[in-house]
Design a protein around this ligand. Structure first.
Ligand code: ZN
Length: 279
């Protein structure tokens, strides 16, 4: 099943995506509310799917699936190729950092280049959305806590990432991080591994890697993070990016650039970067 959040009547509505379009899931403003409702939310989604009242929609109608995640936890340095290009050693524990909710933006939104940065870079990533919360989740049970997967571009201002040893400043500029276009349940997506992630800038491929190259896999991440703090429905875990980011090549994003991130079995998000209107 594919769960999305679409604009509707000045607000929003959760929806299931079908071959014909999007069928609204009445009673839930976004996928976050649906997941928080547990079985009642899933029942409503299945009802919407079987009712078959899907309507066509445009990319610009799609909002980030979870509008208000309680936590956005990101993993740095989790693909061998990216770790080596950044000149670091392979980890045995994840490098974790967080983003503010307000750093997230919609899957086809224009993204304003963070104005004070001269070094804005892309990072294509698999994002995991928690369905059933929990604390101290064992690795063996971790996937049963995952609602599904989606795509995220962990847009990073490298100069701000490096101005101190804390990465936070470079990672959480206002509305800099697109996520979507929808959440694909693991039941539909299958085993996480063989699917490839790819990223293009203005049509030129810069990143490509199978998800099997994650150094610390999704169950390992869920187990580790849930030992630190309870995971809750709608929480987002961005699992890290493979090699091919712009910085080692001296290539940074400029106004007018179009970045597309795709993962087999999910789909793609695509954003145009625009100059800042702020003084
Ligand atoms: Zn990242």
């Amino acid at each position: 099943m594919r769960l999305a959040t679409l604009k509707r009547d000045g607000g929003s509505r959760a929806a299931v995506i079908t071959a014909d379009g999007a069928a609204p899931v009445e009673g839930y403003a976004d996928v976050g509310e649906l997941l928080a409702a547990g079985e009642a939310g899933w029942d409503a989604a299945r009802t919407a799917l079987s009712a078959g009242e899907a309507r066509a929609f445009s990319e610009r109608d799609l909002l980030r699936p979870v509008l208000h995640p309680g936590a956005v936890v990101c993993v740095g340095l989790n693909y061998r190729t990216h770790i080596l290009e950044m000149g670091r050693e392979l980890p045995t524990v994840p490098t974790l950092f967080a983003k503010l909710e307000r750093a997230l933006t919609d899957p086809f939104a224009d993204v304003e280049l963070p104005r004070p940065s001269e070094q804005v870079d892309y990072e294509g990533e698999l994002a995991v959305i928690i369905g059933t919360g929990g604390r101290d989740i064992p690795e063996a049970e971790a996937l049963s806590h995952v609602a599904g997967v989606t795509v995220l571009n962990d847009v990073t201002a490298r100069d701000y990432q490096r101005r101190t040893i804390q990465w936070f400043a470079g990672k959480t500029f206002q509305r800099s991080t697109p996520i979507g276009p929808w959440i694909v349940t693991l039941e539909e997506f299958g085993t996480i591994g063989p699917q490839e992630l790819s990223l293009k800038v203005n049509g030129e491929e810069r990143q490509r890697a199978p998800l099997s190259e994650l150094v610390i896999d999704v169950p390992g991440l869920v187990a580790d993070i849930s030992r630190i703090a309870e995971l809750q429905a709608g929480d987002v875990i961005a699992t890290g990016t493979p090699g091919g980011v712009g910085e080692p090549q001296g290539k940074f994003l400029r106004a007018g650039d179009v970045v597309e991130v795709a993962i087999d079995g999910i789909g793609a998000l695509r954003n145009t970067f625009v100059g800042s209107t702020r003084q």
